[in-house]
Design a protein around this ligand. Structure first.
Ligand SMILES: CC(C)(COP(=O)(O)OP(=O)(O)OC[C@H]1O[C@@H](n2cnc3c(N)ncnc32)[C@H](O)[C@@H]1OP(=O)(O)O)[C@@H](O)C(=O)NCCC(=O)NCCS
Length: 400
């Protein structure tokens, strides 16, 4: 096999790596006009490349941006948000991605990054590297002609259509207070410039709206409109964040009031988002898909375990991590803290299964019942269910 060189790419190599990635997704090359905007979405020193030693050719790439992950109980840990993963089509299935993933995880560990997250193009790829599905999302449509807001839906604040430039700075400042749900991510400046690119790439016109309550900006939404016929337009919600019930109801009241729209489509939303409860007729909302959202990888297992809260009684976990073996071992986990232990294990699980439990997307008993986790004593799965339980399903809500 040809020797490979895996290393962090310099700034002047980023365009080549993004071109390679785009080609793996069957997308057109980046034009000179587009490049400055694409570059604005990239952080320096966060792209890895695999070069063939003999030809010098770049054949694989993966990058990340620095973020933070909200955990149950409200704590945050540094997260590497992994994206732009691709291997040149004539060099796949010979271990290039494996080299990239291992190098990236080691690099995260060296920098003190506690967790890594990604959105997977295909679900068969990332489990082997210790990633597990840690949040779910749903897509739904709202039949606008059938949708009437209930009289008792919260009222307060106001919605304004905004100029994008003005809106983004205000949203970036207000957004951290909205990341209350486990699974939500901090958004660096580079992420916001990518949202702008997404907006500019839409076929239809794009509108930005801000909700302001008594304390200032507490919600926002971005949508595009497709209007194939004069009397039939679809409003596609690209982004909606609400810091409280009035902002959520206020944004939906606005969206359902826009003239000429017969349908609103929303994608990547929380599975329990209560839009139905705002309406007199809950069947105006149809769930069209539910899908895996954030794939999580715990890079520093003890730090990740210690950063969330627990309820009920302690459980001793035995974790196996073949890629980062320092994580392997037994941990006593409970409301009073997390510590390494020599006590007998009550639940045995791989690091990807632990990621599936960590934010509350799955109950430990579900993983025991399906053979993903092994319980060594009776009743421990139910004890672990109480330990890891979260008040609401986790949700990421930031696409990258
Ligand atoms: C997905 C991709 C990055 C895999 O790269 P690769 O270099 O072929 O992966 P590797 O050779 O390191 O594969 C490692 C293992 O994963 C498996 N695997 C890799 N890609 C897979 C896929 N798409 N579906 C199922 N299994 C896959 C391999 O068979 C191999 O299994 P093994 O260890 O049992 O032999 C590459 O095919 C690609 O660029 N695809 C198009 C772009 C894309 O989907 N990128 C991911 C964006 S999230």
């Amino acid at each position: 096999m040809t020797d490979h060189d895996v290393r962090t790419l310099a700034d002047d190599e980023l365009r080549a790596s993004q071109e390679l990635f785009r080609a793996t997704l069957h997308a057109k090359p980046i034009t000179d006009d587009e490049w400055p905007q694409v570059r604005a979405g990239l952080q320096s020193a966060r792209s890895l490349g695999v070069h063939e030693v003999d030809s010098g050719a770049l054949i694989g790439t993966a990058r990340s941006f620095d973020s933070a992950l909200t955990l149950p109980g409200g704590g945050e840990v540094p997260l590497g948000a992994v994206t732009s993963v691709g291997v040149r089509a004539d060099r796949t299935r010979r271990g290039v991605l494996t080299e990239l993933m291992h190098a990236q995880l080691r690099e995260f560990a060296d920098r003190g990054v506690v967790a890594a997250g990604l959105h997977a193009s295909e679900s068969a790829i990332y489990g082997r590297f210790g990633y597990g599905v840690a949040t779910w999302a749903r897509a739904y449509t709202v039949d606008v002609r059938r949708a009437r807001m209930r009289q008792d839906a919260p009222v307060g604040g106001r919605v304004d259509i905004e100029d994008f430039d003005r809106a983004f700075d205000q949203w970036a400042a207000a957004y951290p207070a909205m990341t209350t749900r486990p699974g939500m991510l901090a958004r660096p400046a580079e992420w916001w410039s990518q949202l702008r690119r997404t907006a500019e790439k839409q076929d239809g016109p794009v509108t930005a709206v801000t909700h302001r309550g008594t304390g200032g900006v507490d919600g926002f939404a971005v949508y595009s409109v497709d209007r194939p016929r004069p009397d039939s337009a679809t409003l596609n919600l690209l982004e909606l964040q609400a810091g409280g019930p009035e902002a959520f109801a206020g944004l939906w009241r606005y969206l359902l009031s826009v003239d000429l729209i017969h349908e609103v489509t929303a994608n990547g939303r929380p599975v329990d988002e209560p839009v139905e409860l705002l309406l007199t007729d809950a069947r105006a909302v149809s769930t069209t898909a539910q899908f895996d959202d954030l794939w999580l990888r715990l890079v520093d297992v003890p730090a990740a375990l210690a950063a969330r809260t627990y309820t009920g009684e302690d459980v001793v976990l035995e974790v196996t991590d073949p890629v980062l073996p320092g994580n392997s071992g037994r941990y006593r986990v409970g409301p009073d803290g997390v510590a390494r232990t020599d006590e007998p294990a009550r639940l045995q699980l791989s690091v990807d299964a632990l990621a599936m439990l960590h934010l509350g997307a799955w109950r430990p008993s579900q993983l025991v019942d399906t053979g993903r986790v092994r319980a060594t004593t009776a009743g421990v799965a139910e004890r672990a269910d109480r330990l890891f339980t979260t008040p609401a399903p986790p949700w990421c809500g930031t696409f990258f």
